[in-house]
Design a binder for this molecule. Structure first.
Ligand code: ATP
Ligand code: MG
Length: 565
């Protein structure tokens, strides 16, 4: 491809709303242009990368027996009502005004509908159906460029099985395919188990990339590979170091003391001698939750610990009726509430907490001696430096971007839409489904997040829009031009993907800056001085290393560098 012909509008600056490196560089390298908030056009250079990523995805999906579909994005609303998801998606769902249609944010419903009409017998199962298609979600905060768009490309696949064992297999096939896809895309990723939330499944896993631009927080152990979303991450908790002697309970007047920091300051004790009390409502029943010092309640862990049901923090106006005191003076002594305490408090003594009387606290609380109606669970957030549950190495807490998600859906959608099959005995069962998604644009953005410097993008050799960037330093020089034309021809003949900067009216410095910005892994520079010695220069974009090569040996050298046969 000649740079004089391909439309790559590079720029020196990026618009002010582009703050993260991938957004800035995709704009500057002429890959994308915004149309409206969260809506982007992919220009030819950007779209080349989309096609490369899709090729890898298709290869791996086909390898696990996936069959490619193309489902409509415009869906009758009725079908989404059958599964209750018009309500579940709420404002995220785009509605089409003049008819009862919605723009699909995902495709479980349509797959279940096709299965309901056309999958009849156990002989038709299992199936893996996938597509790569545009999804629409009216994200409340579209940002970070294509990482959170309101229209984006997703590879979504769906498995149809006769039973849960079948689903387990389809799920594992996907997990393995996902690892291959992200590895082939040269991404450093990690996997976390996740709670499947609104999708209504029973098992799910997310594939994440560590990035400052991420909106998820994860806990990672660099030693053994343990990783989890902070919502459910566990750490090795060290047992509480009890004082040798337990004091007796004592009520203390603590005027205007509300927070743990104020309490510790007032009594001149460490915050780890204070127990923070929070009231939650679990299925209409109030419970008292105790945390060590300033630890926050991890509500997801609390929800899991309590098993089924709904949970919410009590409203401030409910507190005094439930406990006799306002926030800041609530505590575990003289209460009838069920107490749920964080595991870090097990065995604690000489603790201070609220007295259930405004402006009073109680000291000398011995958790073993004084609190009977109490259960201990791990309900705190893991913090940087806590020790890994598996190997006790220090954990890191990092921001991360979700690249892909695999869910065991079960029968929610097949039951709502009547997707059933007959078994060998003629008995009818709902099809057991799985659902699996990958964000195509996110792969590209994450690749840039992980591979760039102050000059621009640095595509890995294995996945780049082009492999070689051929630069004629001065195209008005006949010898340079004819050498470049010859090399360009030879590279194309040898199946090397080459972008050829044949522009006449652009200075050498400008060409070099553009080359570093758009980041093709190998640059071949044809200049007057080296040409006189019958040589050209190869520059590695990643390291900046340069070497001179005999023109006659160039193609072989490039093939070796690019691991081509
Ligand atoms: P997030 O938590 O980031 O909103 P999600 O849980 O809503 O993601 P899924 O419904 O599981 O995402 O969609 C599958 C994949 O589609 C995600 O893993 C992600 O790579 C991609 N994706 C989801 N929402 C967007 C978006 N708004 N823009 C770009 N890609 C997206
Ligand atoms: Mg989302």
């Amino acid at each position: 491809m000649r740079l004089s012909k391909i439309f790559i509008p590079t720029t020196k600056e990026a618009p002010a709303d582009a703050v993260i490196p991938s957004h800035v560089l995709m704009m500057r390298a002429g890959m994308i242009r915004p149309l409206a908030a969260g809506i982007y056009s992919f220009l030819p250079f950007g779209y080349r990368m989309i096609k490369k990523v899709c090729e890898i995805i298709r290869r791996e999906m086909d390898a696990i027996g996936g069959q490619e579909f193309h489902l409509p994005a415009l869906n009758p609303k009725e079908i989404w009502e059958k599964t209750g998801r018009v309500e579940a998606f709420g404002d995220i769902l785009f509605h089409v005004k003049n008819r009862d249609y919605v723009l699909a944010p995902t495709h479980e419903e349509i797959i279940a509908e096709i299965a309901a009409n056309h999958v009849k017998s156990y002989r038709d199962l299992p199936q893996i159906w996938y597509q790569i298609q545009t999804k629409f979600r009216n994200e409340p905060r579209p940002r970070s460029g294509v990482i959170r768009g309101r229209q984006f490309l997703m590879k979504d696949s769906y498995s149809l099985d006769r039973d849960w064992e079948g689903l387990d297999k389809s799920y594992e096939l996907h997990a393995e395919a996902y690892r291959k896809i992200f590895s082939a895309c040269k991404l450093k990723f990690f996997e976390v188990g996740a709670s499947s939330g609104a999708m209504g499944g029973t098992g799910s896993q997310e594939f994440m990339v560590e990035s400052e631009a991420g909106e998820d927080t994860c806990v990672i152990c660099d030693n053994c590979g343990y990783a989890a979303n902070v919502e459910i991450a566990k750490a090795n908790s060290t047992p509480y170091k009890r004082d040798d002697n337990s004091e007796s309970l004592k009520e203390i007047h603590t005027p205007n003391v509300k927070t743990i920091d104020e309490l510790a300051e007032f009594l001149k004790i460490p915050t780890t001698k204070c127990a923070k009390s929070r009231v939650y409502i679990h299925n209409d029943t109030p419970i008292l939750v105790l945390m060590l010092g300033n630890d926050e309640v991890n509500e997801e862990k609390l929800r899991i610990a309590l098993g089924a049901g709904k949970i919410r923090p009590a409203h401030p106006e409910e507190l005094s009726e439930i406990t006799g005191a306002d926030a800041g003076s609530i505590g575990p002594i003289e209460t009838n509430l069920q107490i749920i305490a964080d595991i870090k408090l097990k065995g604690a003594n000489n603790m201070v907490s609220g007295a259930n009387k405004n402006d009073y606290h109680i000291s000398g609380i011995d958790f073993d001696r004084d609190l009977s109606n109490i259960k201990y669970y791990d309900i705190h957030y893991v913090q940087e430096g806590d020790l890994c549950v598996n190997c006790k190495s220090p954990l890191r807490v990092v921001k991360a971007i979700e690249l892909g998600h695999i869910f065991k859906l079960g029968t929610k959608y097949s039951e709502a839409l009547g997707a059933k099959f007959l078994d060998e005995k003629g008995e009818e069962h709902p099809i057991v489904m799985g659902s699996y998604g990958i964000g195509v644009e996110r792969i590209i953005a994450c690749l840039i997040e992980q591979n760039h410097d102050e000059k621009g993008i640095i595509w890995p050799k294995e996945i780049a829009p082009f492999q070689v960037h051929l630069i004629g330093v001065n195209m008005k020089n006949d010898e340079i031009r004819s050498t470049c034309e010859k090399l360009y021809f030879e590279m194309n003949e040898s199946d090397i993907e080459v972008l050829y900067d044949d522009r006449e009216d652009v200075s050498a410095g400008y060409k070099f800056n553009d080359a570093d910005l758009i980041g093709i892994p190998l640059q071949v520079i044809v200049g007057e001085k080296n040409l006189a010695k019958n040589k050209v220069e190869i520059k590695h974009r990643a390291t900046g290393n340069k070497k001179l090569v005999e023109i006659g040996l160039l193609i072989r050298t490039l093939q070796d560098e690019l691991f081509l046969p």
